[in-house]
Each structure stands twice: as C-alpha cells, then as structure tokens.
Design a protein around this ligand. Structure first.
Ligand code: SF4
Length: 63
C-alpha cells in the first residue's frame, strides 16, 4: 500500500479507519505513511479506506 503524496491532502480518513496501516505524521512532519505490506486480515479495512479517501490517493498493489 502506498500513498500518492501529490494527491493526499491529509484528511486522515484513512488513519481513522485503519490506524494500524495509515499513520498521519505530527503537524509539519511530512506526508501520510502507509505500511507497505498488509496482511490478509487487514485487507477489507484497507479497501474501505481506498473507497473513503476523498482524493483517491491510496494505491494498492496486489502481489
Ligand atoms: S484519506 Fe486520503 S487524502 Fe486523506 S490522509 Fe488518507 S490518503 Fe491522504
């Protein structure tokens, strides 16, 4: 899972839905970070975050 930093506006919808995957940095400390590898159990929640992101900034690559 990665975040398109050009799209992300830091709404934190993702982090409120899946805090174990998406981390919002403290103010002024760079962009949202997503855990690169997500285990299968977290996948449905990540998909909800993808849908919930107002900027379509969450990129999920299947392996
Ligand atoms: S919901 Fe989308 S735009 Fe908002 S912080 Fe998360 S990735 Fe960025």
């Amino acid at each position: 899972v990665t975040i398109d930093a050009e799209r992300c506006l830091g709404h934190a919808v993702c982090a409120s839905l899946v805090p174990e995957v998406f981390v919002i940095p403290a103010e002024g400390e760079g962009a949202v970070v997503a855990a690169p590898n997500v285990d299968a159990a977290a996948e449905p929640a990540v998909r909800r975050a993808v849908i919930g992101c107002p900027e379509q900034a969450i990129v999920v690559e299947e392996s």
